[in-house]
Design a protein around this ligand. Structure first.
Ligand code: FAD
Ligand code: SF4
Length: 558
């Protein structure tokens, strides 16, 4: 059967591509490697610890054997580990001494079920960064190209947050912000007083509804969003874009469809088929369409292209530039600080707000004011220590019971997320020896933090400690840990956009320079990494690319 469009993957970007293409009239097949998800059965956000087998402490033996990498992620717990891949079935390799955490979801909805929902626009500080610093290549677009598409995706997704009017972090079209708690207000006010407006603390900008929106209900603050959300209060493709695509009657969702590779017709210079291994029957099937959107995530989409070599493209389809797989980036973290905020001992929080605080980038914003390039922002927040702190304390009997039955002091933590520079030497390739459970060559990841990223991380510890000191915090502990590439789960850059086919894989509309009916709109397209979470930008790029592809189809150009 022939379709107008094929979308590979149904996570954040695949969901958007499915919605946009079907709403614009295209008969669209969505090929998703993982299983279907039925919210009424699979979502577990309201299941209490006493109803799960290991009371929330996980089956540690199983996790060690089946998910040794995935379980490194805070969100991969006894409830939501089912939304992460099996490392046994989906291995990858790295260089000795150069770890990379590859954290993935493989089901309808992809990682949109488990993501942290932090949603920030990028600015021209980001889009002009490579040009300004003479690093890698220039972005082929600027903020003005994407601004209407940010508006567009935000209108549908629903982003709550506070407008600040900062040039380095443009405001979104916001739903009302969530409230800061009392400790966060102490820290916010101290930062405003001591840093001359240069540093600002605000509530996180999150794809979580603070009022009913687009037929979805406002969040009721139950807390563990990575387990699903039956009221559809946060944005995920399952909660939002896929139902919209379904409603058009033009989407065919095909779960258990592992895309192996693409076939290329050298005569028409187009993708002529998408080869699939059925994950249940192991049969090989091929599908055809006028246009193909790769939305399988930055590494998996490129894996498909690397696995689609032809005589003309021996190192991966659409790789005439030699950049396919290269310039892999993530955000550096591990830097920050934690401290005790005195006072407010008579106050507690009500509910479990699924959001934290944010300090937008303040280094190298108006002028170059640090020894390193680029900058970082801080996520984090304040909370009262609970009874668990007693676990670390010695004692027994009535005194101990009394101690642990009272809440502890307010603590505040800053976690930095820093920009990673694009570097040709950070790359992925197909492993020549190892295959996954379906017999497809796995990825070999070569990636390491370099001097600039580590300098950012060290500076995070200093500036976060300064802000805690300004807020009168006690027991300030600077954080300067090593967290390997991949651990921020913002992998990107492996099929970058650019103006010139000689040094980039995609053009300014996410269309492959070498193969006109092929689009790739996930994180692979990014040319630099900014320091803010990337998924909102992937959404905007995807919606924009779909609009362009449909126009081109109508003109008969594809
Ligand atoms: C715990 C966690 C917290 C996060 N927090 C944030 C955050 O706060 N803000 C933010 O911006 N980002 C966050 N992220 C990152 C965010 O989830 C990703 O950037 C986003 O999901 C990427 O979208 P995608 O469509 O490219 O990939 P995914 O959402 O991963 O979807 C890819 C889909 O493709 C499918 N697929 C893969 N290979 C194939 C194949 N060969 N054939 C068919 N289908 C295939 C997969 O099964 C999957 O469903 C977080 C991620 C995690 C795990
Ligand atoms: S906290 Fe809000 S968004 Fe998260 S699962 Fe609960 S209701 Fe949904």
């Amino acid at each position: 059967m022939t379709y107008d469009a094929i979308v590979v993957g149904s996570g954040i970007t695949g969901g958007w591509a499915a919605k946009e293409l079907t709403e614009k009239g295209l008969k669209t097949l969505v090929l998703e490697a993982g299983r279907p998800i039925v919210p009424e059965q699979d979502y577990v956000e309201h299941v209490p610890p006493w109803e799960v087998k290991f009371r929330g402490l996980r089956d540690r033996r199983l996790q060690r054997e089946d998910q040794p990498i995935q379980s490194l992620c805070y969100a991969c717990d006894e409830w939501s580990s089912k939304f992460f891949v099996s490392d046994k079935e989906h291995p990858y390799t790295t260089d000795e001494g150069k770890p990379f955490w590859y954290l993935r979801g493989r089901q309808v909805g992809g990682r949109s079920i488990i993501w942290g929902r932090q949603s920030y626009r990028w600015s021209d500080l980001d889009f002009e960064a490579n040009l300004r610093d003479g690093i890698a290549i220039d972005w082929p677009i600027r903020y003005a190209d994407l601004a209407p598409w940010y508006d567009y995706v935000e209108d549908f997704a629903g982003i709550s947050g506070e407008a600040l009017g900062l040039p380095q972090l443009p405001d979104s079209k916001f739903l009302p912000p969530m409230e800061l708690n009392c400790a966060e207000k102490v820290v916010r006010d101290a930062i405003a007083k001591h840093f001359g407006g240069e540093r600002v603390l605000t509530i996180g900008r999150a794809a979580v509804l603070t009022k009913d929106h687009q037929g979805r209900a406002a969040c009721h603050y139950c807390g563990p969003c990575e387990r699903g959300c039956i009221t559809r209060s946060y944005f995920s493709s399952l909660n939002s874009t896929l139902p919209a695509a379904e409603k058009t009657g033009r989407m065919t969702m095909r779960p258990f469809s592992v895309v192996h590779s693409l076939s290329f017709d050298a005569r028409t210079r187009r993708v002529s088929g998408v080869r699939v291994i059925d994950a249940k029957t192991r049969a090989s099937v091929e599908f055809r369409s006028k246009v193909v959107f790769l939305c399988a995530s930055a590494l998996e989409s490129v894996r498909i292209l690397l696995n689609s070599s032809t005589t003309e493209f021996p190192n991966g389809l659409s790789n005439s530039s030699g950049e396919l797989g290269h310039n892999l980036m993530d955000h550096i973290k591990g830097g920050g600080a934690v401290g005790t905020i005195p006072g407010n001992e008579d106050r507690m929080v009500l509910g479990r707000r699924p959001n934290g605080t944010y300090v937008p980038r303040f280094r190298n914003v108006k002028k170059k004011d640090a020894a390193f390039l680029r900058g970082y922002g801080f996520q984090g927040g304040g909370q009262r220590e609970g009874w668990q702190r007693g676990v670390a304390q010695t004692g027994f009997g009535p005194e101990f019971k009394k101690l642990v039955s009272q809440p502890g002091p307010w603590r505040f933590t800053f976690y930095g997320y820093g920009e990673c520079l694009p570097n040709h030497a950070n790359y992925i390739e197909l492993d020549k020896e190892k295959v996954d459970a379906r017999g497809i060559p796995v990825l070999k990841v070569h990636c390491a933090w370099r001097e600039n990223e580590l300098a950012l991380r060290d500076d995070m510890a200093i500036s976060a400690s300064e802000m805690l000191a300004a807020a009168g915090a006690h027991n300030i502990e600077p954080l300067r840990g090593f967290e390997p590439p991949g651990s921020s789960i913002h992998e990107m850059g492996t099929a970058r956009m650019g103006r010139d086919a000689k040094n980039s894989v995609l053009n300014a509309f996410n269309q492959a320079h070498d193969v006109k009916n092929l689009f790739l709109t996930d994180g692979g397209a990014m040319v630099s990494s900014s320091c803010v979470n990337p998924s909102l930008t992937y959404m905007a790029l995807t919606a924009r690319a779909c609009d362009y592809a449909v126009q081109q189809l109508k003109k008969g150009e594809l």
